[in-house]
Design a binder for this molecule. Sequence first.
Ligand SMILES: NC(=O)c1ccc[n+]([C@@H]2O[C@H](COP(=O)([O-])OP(=O)(O)OC[C@H]3O[C@@H](n4cnc5c(N)ncnc54)[C@H](OP(=O)(O)O)[C@@H]3O)[C@@H](O)[C@H]2O)c1
Length: 294
Amino acid sequence: MQKKSEMGNHIVFIIGVLCSIWLLYRLVKFIYPYIHRSNLKKYLVTDAYAVITGATDGIGKAIAIALANNGFNIVIHGRNPDKLQAVETEIKASYPECNVICLLHDASKSSQMNLDGIEHLPITVLVNNAGVGPINELAKFSGNQIDEAITLNTAFPSQLTRSLLPHLSKQSLILNVSSYAGLFPPPYLAVYAGTKAYNNAFSISLARELENTEVISLITGSVNTGSNTKPVTFMRPGAATYAKHVLAIVGCGRKSIMPYWPHAIQTFLISLLPEKMIDNAIKKAMQKELSRPS
Ligand SMILES: NC(=O)c1ccc[n+]([C@@H]2O[C@H](COP(=O)([O-])OP(=O)(O)OC[C@H]3O[C@@H](n4cnc5c(N)ncnc54)[C@H](OP(=O)(O)O)[C@@H]3O)[C@@H](O)[C@H]2O)c1
């Protein structure tokens, strides 16, 4: 009898040790990407260029400036010539040695952009960032609005990546800006959430396909930008702070990650709540959002 209970204690002890090792492993796996040293410099070959889509505002503009600050020449894409010019001027003023090239293209109208001026350049970084996320009941969208959002958010980055792949330098980096909405789709964002799930799956698939190219899907939470004008808080960083976190996770070894660690902790804590509670809270929040004057 005593032998049996000793055996039982041993089994409980072994299970306890195994669970602790597993928890420790999960913790280290979670923390590592946020404390490791970025290997962005690996992509800074002579005259290296970075291409950033949707670089006239918000996250794209902030990443373009952060890359210029790290010594890259920059190709900025946008649909508004005045805003493109303004970003070019801003970058040149802070980094006079940086070459800036502008690509003007409305990517909601056509997914294929003319790349004539940039194909010969030593491009080592591509950031697929341009995207929109209109909030509405699905039935209230026009057919064109849906087509345009899908073209901009999914077809455009796919076509651009395909076109640039043969021209990218041997060692290169592709960052695809996805969203929390692609993993946990909120109501009134059905089309946007679908496109962001696409960005994530596209990115992970490509990461598994390409040998010498680092491909990372950036699962983005709330960031203060041109389209998300709610105030900056600890949980909603400004675009420049977010861009710093993005460049810091380069080389982390993950195919898909929330670059801003408070977003990752927030997501983990939310996932512990009962699903019904999450559904109700998110619906209320989105209805409030929907009723905000645009
Ligand atoms: N901010 C957030 O909370 C958040 C959360 C999750 C994911 N994201 C993702 O982050 C990315 C950037 O969003 P953001 O918040 O930085 O938005 P933003 O400030 O509105 O910037 C969007 C950029 O995309 C450009 N763009 C929009 N429509 C375009 C079109 N038809 N053709 C070419 N360029 C176009 C914009 O140009 P204009 O300057 O001419 O408008 C701008 O440069 C998006 O993919 C978005 O889904 C953002």
